[in-house]
Design a protein around this ligand. Structure first.
Ligand code: SF4
Length: 313
């Protein structure tokens, strides 16, 4: 059985909601307007080209809510889907059916950043991001034939009794994929002093989900301080791995350890976090349907990334 690394493509580091208690995007200074926290399109496109050639799946395209305009989103979704030659999962907050129709040519499904299904806990950790609009989005997505995915963060205060709520939610909206993260206590957030959830806890949620939903696509979120739990999470039933700074740490001992953890769980690791493939990167940029100016920016960014990645390999 295979596993692989899933890259979430982020387009910003700020968000107009900005008060979810676990999220680093809530820690941006007030004098920094969220719309000014966008990454350049060239860097997103360059990262997508890298991800494709390193064999990483694109988990989803995401960023702060209300940061990109519809036109900017369409431009980037079109570019990403052209590079990877498949449609993309989109996670940009709750979208209306009308909005989904605009993105329909480029997306295979929507990810609801639901985080927890316990209503009281949800109110506390996401005070300005209620669940209801996500539920409406899932209904619209279903009508449009789009897949539905959700996120769940272990360690914010849920109890194991909440599993029945999660189970009900997955069944109700016919969720086909779930991202099971473990809390990363971010400095500057109200959760900065929360303990890191144990391997056992994260594995427990994954194994319960696997037992209840044999065909559910389960993706486990890790972090640099918890690489050694990967084999347990895979053995509990996770399909893929995410949340690793895979470009910055490419070829590092931690990256190597991820591949070893996969082997320890008896999985073949598709793609690589350690070996740069021999690719004519300029040619890859040239074949895209972008204007020459953008191609120039993408080429520059791509070579910057590769230069940094070569340091460790
Ligand atoms: S809406 Fe999403 S990106 Fe914005 S603060 Fe909340 S979790 Fe972070």
């Amino acid at each position: 059985m295979e596993t692989c690394f899933e890259r979430a493509l982020f387009f910003s580091w700020g968000c107009t909601i900005g008060d979810c208690q676990f999220c680093y995007m809530s820690t941006q200074p007030d004098d920094k307007p969220p719309k000014e926290t966008k990454r350049s399109s060239a860097s997103i496109i360059a990262e997508t080209i890298l991800a494709k050639h390193l064999g990483w799946d694109i988990g989803f395209f995401t960023g702060g809510i209300g940061v990109l305009s519809q036109d900017e989103l369409v431009f980037l979704l079109k570019a990403i889907s052209e590079i990877i030659d498949e449609k993309v999962w989109l996670s940009v907050g709750p979208l209306t059916k009308k909005q989904l129709e605009v993105y329909l040519p480029y997306i295979k499904g929507v990810v609801g950043s639901t985080e927890t299904i316990n209503p009281e806990l949800h109110k506390k950790v996401c005070p300005s991001k209620p669940l209801k609009p996500y539920e409406r989005m899932f209904e619209s997505a279903k009508e449009l034939g789009l897949k539905r995915a959700m996120t769940f963060i272990v360690g914010m205060g849920e109890s194991r009794e909440d599993f029945s709520l999660l189970k009900e939610f997955i069944s109700k909206y016919d969720i086909s994929k779930i991202h099971v993260y473990g809390l990363i206590p971010q400095k500057g957030t109200p959760m900065e002093n929360y303990p890191v959830p144990s391997t056992e806890d994260q594995a427990w949620w994954i194994s319960q989900l696997r037992q209840e939903f044999p065909s559910l696509d389960i993706q486990c979120g890790i972090w640099e301080d918890r690489i050694d739990r990967i084999h347990d999470l895979l053995e509990a039933g996770a399909n893929t791995i995410s949340k690793f700074r895979a470009i910055k740490l490419f070829g590092s001992p931690l990256a190597r350890q991820i591949e070893e953890e996969a082997a320890k769980a008896g999985r073949t690791f598709r793609g690589t976090l350690t070996v740069l493939p021999d690719v004519d990167w300029d040619k890859e940029v040239d074949k895209l349907s972008l204007d020459d100016e953008m191609k120039g920016h993408v080429r520059k960014k791509l070579h910057q990334y590769i230069k940094g990645m070569k340091v460790m390999t």
